[in-house]
Design a protein around this ligand. Structure first.
Ligand code: SF4
Length: 142
């Protein structure tokens, strides 16, 4: 029997779920931003919010001076961003010059048969998946 969860706390997920539906944008307005199996999620998180969450989880026996932090605050319920709800907090938007992110709300779309993500990094604004950063294990520049 397959199990699924809507992710709120990352730490316990591998113990009780096969498929993870990660929500972003707060508990009330939160929408699914990424869906995949547990192994993919931790091995190859795609959405910048997912990457930030995973980077903020301490790992046993791997001490660090500082855990990573997702900057900013969750969006205001009565003043949601017009485009991607994570745009004001997203460093990848600036790094990759993701232009539609501030104006056009991305839809949840497949990147592979078992991985969907709501992010313009992996889809163009005309809904055609045409560009994405290289995934782990892929050669860059090909
Ligand atoms: S759509 Fe843009 S702002 Fe939103 S998560 Fe993706 S890169 Fe960041």
């Amino acid at each position: 029997m397959r199990r699924a969860c809507v992710l709120i706390a990352l730490v316990a997920v591998p113990a009780f779920a096969d498929t993870v539906y990660l929500r972003g944008g707060g508990r009330i307005t939160g929408e699914i931003i990424e869906q995949t199996d547990v192994h993919n999620l931790f091995r190859q998180p795609l959405h910048p919010y997912t990457q930030g969450l995973i980077g903020s989880v301490p790992i046993l026996r791997q001490p660090v001076d500082e855990l990573s932090v997702i900057p900013g605050v969750v969006p205001n319920l009565i003043d949601l961003p017009e485009g991607c709800r994570f745009a004001p907090r997203c460093s990848a938007r600036a790094e990759y010059d993701v232009r539609p992110a501030s104006e056009v709300h991305p839809s949840l779309r497949p990147v592979s048969s078992d991985h969907t993500v709501r992010c313009w990094l992996y889809h163009s604004s005309d809904e055609t998946p045409d560009w994405r950063p290289p995934l782990a294990g892929e050669a860059s520049g090909s």
